[in-house]
Structures are given as structure tokens and as C-alpha cells.
Design a protein around this ligand. Sequence first.
Ligand code: SF4
Length: 326
Amino acid sequence: MTVKIGIPRGLWFYDYYPLWKTFYEELGAEVVLSNPTNKQILDTGVKNTVDEACLPVKIFHGHVFDLKDKVDYIFVPKMMSVYKREYICPKFCGLPEMVNHSIKDLPPLIDTEINFNKSRNSLKKTIYNFGSYVTKNPIKIKRAYEKALKEYEVYKSEIKEGSFPIDGQLNSKEKKQSDITIAVMGHSYNIYDKYGSMGLINKLKENGINIVTPEMMDYKVVNQHASTLEKKMFWSYGRKLLGTAMYLIEEKNIDGMVYLSSFGCGIDSIIVDLIERKARKKGRLPFLLITVDEHTGEAGVNTRLEAFTDMLEWRKRNEGNLSTHG
Ligand code: SF4
């Protein structure tokens, strides 16, 4: 019988989904994806998570709930670190425990630890462990992982070219009527989740605005800029966001920056402040922070976004190099 593995559409999903989908399909499993985020998933997530959790963690719980009666296993790895000497947010590390304690009657979780701070040998064991839910054949697992890595590279280059293959976000090549370019900043699961982000990327694109996101950047360039910080940023998402912002501010090839953050995010409380200071002081770049939680109304977000893009268009038409923002 084919093993069914559920993959929740949240958190690391936007970064790694093609890798794990290919891996398990190559091993002969059926991969079942939770539905795109919607009101029901959000409400279920909110009901089944501790109040203190951030919105993306609540949404993740909603996706796990959505899969609970449809699959044999749910993929909820314990993500500690995906780069040497760096860490992911603590909420990623404790995710399997949080999910298991919050939602009753779950199928078993695939909760293998991913920790790139451990030795190469231990990483091999990690991959075997992930595969062993479907087969005990190490050669098959190795081949499936190699194939998955190739798919993952293709996915990354598609995003770099400005296409958003997951969740049907508009392809940036479709429209280019405006000469405004905005950097949409934030954790991947915030900016690419259509429902959670209130369609931020789509709204900008529908107005013909060109966008860039951290995932479109060259990793080497981002790392070079992040490495000039006085102290190493040891959170991987933080390093990527700061390096991207520093590069874009220096290059001066964007007209403004919109940062989408989740209320109560510990990492963003530091990163946003650092980026905003750099944007305003060094680049004199208009900066808009949108902070969301489950109570945020879309109308308010739309108004702020429209005012921001109107200001950028006015500035482009009339201002030349003079600043209108202090
Ligand atoms: S980095 Fe922030 S938004 Fe992401 S899971 Fe951690 S607290 Fe939540």
C-alpha cells in the first residue's frame, strides 16, 4: 500500500517544498498537500495553538489539522539549523512538540531533526531517517535525495527569475506597466502565503509595480553584505533579510521597501528596526512596515499600501532627487 505523507503549507514550505515532495515521491510515497490557507485553516490554527504564538505558527497548526485525517504521516521536521553556525527561530525547533501537544489524534509526525551544525555523517543519518518512513533501502534513499536536490535548485532559480511557482502568485513577467520597483521584505511564509499576506504581492503586481523579494537575490551577494555587520547575525532568516536590504539600499535600484511582519515575532523586532534605520538614513528610502496578526483587517492594509505606492509614484514623477520624507 502506498504511504501517504502530508506536507503542511506553512513555515519552511515556501523554501523547501519541492525538495521534500520530490524526495518522497521518488521513494514511492504519495505526497498530500494541505489546502491553501483560508479562513477555516486560520481559525482552526488559532483555536489549536497557544495564544502567544505568532501568526505563521498558528497558520501552520491549521494546516496540520487540515491533513490530520487524510494521511499516514505528517511532515513536521525539527528544524534547528540549515546553515553552519546559524539557527532558525526557536519556534521552528520546537514545532513537532508544539503541534503534538496542541492537536489531538494526529497520525505520527515525521519529526526528524535537521541540524547542519552537526557532522556530515550525522546529516547522512538524517536523510536516511527521513526516508526510512517509506523504505529501509539506503541506496534508494540516497538516489531520491540527489534527485530532490536537483529539483530544489531548479525551484530556487525559478524564484530568482521572478516567478512564484507555488500558490499561483502572479508571474512577474506578465505585467510591467509601472516604473516603480518595491522590495517586498519578510519571512518567506509571510510574504508568499496569499491569504496570510492578504495578497500583498498580487496587489502590487496588479498595479503594475515591479517587485523584488529576498528569494530573488544572489545568495553570495546577500552573504557578502550581511558579513559586513559588526556582529554575525546567527539567525538564518535574519541574515538573509538584512543582507538583502543592505544590498538593495546600496544599489539604489528600488523605489521603496515594504516589510511584512508578524505581531510578536522576536527576530523581526530586531531585524525590522535595523533595516528601517538603514533604509531611512543610508538610502533615504521610503519604508513601510505592515504588522499582521489574526485580527488585522484587510481594508486598513490596503489603505496604507495605496498611500505608500501613490507617494512613490508622485515622488518618481515630481521629485527628482529631492526627498519628501524628511
Ligand atoms: S521567526 Fe518570527 S514569525 Fe517566524 S516563526 Fe519565529 S517568531 Fe514566528
